[in-house]
Design a protein. Sequence first.
Length: 138
Amino acid sequence: MPTFSANRFFSRSQTLYIAAVLAAGAGLAGLSHAETDVLQTSGLASWYGPRYHSRTTTNDEQFDQIAFTAAHRKLPFGSLVQVTNLKNGKSVKVRINDRSPHVDRRIIDVSMAAFVELGFVNAGLTEVGVQVVGRILR
């Protein structure tokens, strides 16, 4: 698995701040290097639901459209992320259990349950902030 440098995404002072927060154990203990490098980002989110319900995800789970899960290209399975709709401020925590999106400019695909909670309202895409908040081991 390739490694990713925080310096590509954050300034030196931001990187030092993140390192200090992690060293202080701010609820992020046990995160890998790749997870902390994608600690916080923003971009387009999409959602998936009925068409994929009960299909097998990349980590061999059955996709459940009413569970709070998401697909991300790089974050390890089990990563817990907070997704915030930047248009209305609503947020939800989801667990990464799949690989996607496969479309440029999109950073995350959320389940239908997360989509409803985030209030996409008549939209297939919305601008979101994504922040790693922990990890759920299964």
